[in-house]
Design a protein around this ligand. Sequence first.
Ligand code: DP6
Length: 421
Amino acid sequence: MAGEVQSWVLMATARAPTNIALIKYWGKRDEALILPTNDSISVTLDPDHLSATTTVAVSPSFKQDRMWLNGKEISLSGGRYQNCLREIRKRAGDVEDEKKGVRIKKEDWEKLHLHIASYNNFPTAAGLASSAAGFACLVFTLAKLMNVKEENGDLSAIARQGSGSACRSMYGGFVKWTMGNDADGSDSIAVQLASNTHWDDLVIIVAVVSSKQKETSSTTGMRGSVETSPLLQYRAKTVVPSRVLQMEEAIKSCDFASLVGLTCADSNQFHAVCLDTSPPIFYMNDTSRRIISLVERWNRSEVSPQVAYTFDAGPNAVLIAPNRKVAGLLLQRLLFQFPPLPDNELASYILGDKSILREAGLQSMKDVEDLPPPAEIKDKAPFQKFPGDVSYFICTRLGSGPRLLTEENQALISSETGHPK
Ligand code: DP6
């Protein structure tokens, strides 16, 4: 370690994306190691719009491991944090920073304490998968700071122990989490199926649905399903294995119609498992179901399906369009049925890649008010509108995996104080 005056702070900062499952993970065969009952497949979302940024700092002056999430100190005593920290420390390597005159030997990491600061660039309260991006980012940043070499997806196996879905955020594009067979979980890892450039026309629109209801956490929900749902067993053993193969094929050949069929069916089956749980769990609400109907009606009125929908453990819809043109048509339909409240600005109602608004021919609130009913419901008036039932939309696309941020001003911790800026 450095000489007697040990006042140095060494840091690493990184950003990791969130992901949304097309074939869902729901059920653990081992709660402690977070080993799933089936494979799952996800798409990684663009970190510009949905990601976590984390800085990890180490200094001999730190008295204990501490963490701040979105500016507020949180406890690191939970098993999931402890497992990630322990597994990374085990694999830590020698680190040298010549400029700072710091040398940390492998074995020193066990004694040194860390300060960790993390923030999400999207509202945590929106119920989007913040734990996936958060744990992926934590593990990736720790590994960079501690000079841990990634081998055979083992970093994804560590992120998995923070939150199952986090293992899939270790890669960009299309990612598969293979459930594995080993009791120690070493083969329960994420693998990239294709990068985000493989099928880069896809547009993703997230509808953040207003909800006052306190939801059952994924962890609690899936425990209930494993214990009580016969449908979960059937799904894991019989349905998912063949669905995963078909989804891999659809991704490989960029077969959008298959992707839609498989994604919608799997989301619906996941929510059917929730309903099959005792007591039943309801994640979707009336708005979620209205969005499903809107998409189903549209898909059925066309020769081939236009859009896929999928819902996680909450009411928010994630919609996938094959290209910007169809995404524009989707946005017209969504805004027709779910316009913003009268005092809302369009610019704060559509977040992320706002250029889709242009594609939809929507520049102002007046354009939204003037939207004609979509062709497929024209003759079926009266149709109802639901202003305010969607809080906002985020337009995004597929994105790449975690990456290091090297600019000093991107760090969340001050290198002088060792505390959040
Ligand atoms: C519905 O990964 O949040 O989003 O492993 O208990 O932390 P834990 O659960 P989590 O569950 C995600 C469930 C899901 C489906 C999915 O992402 O595959």
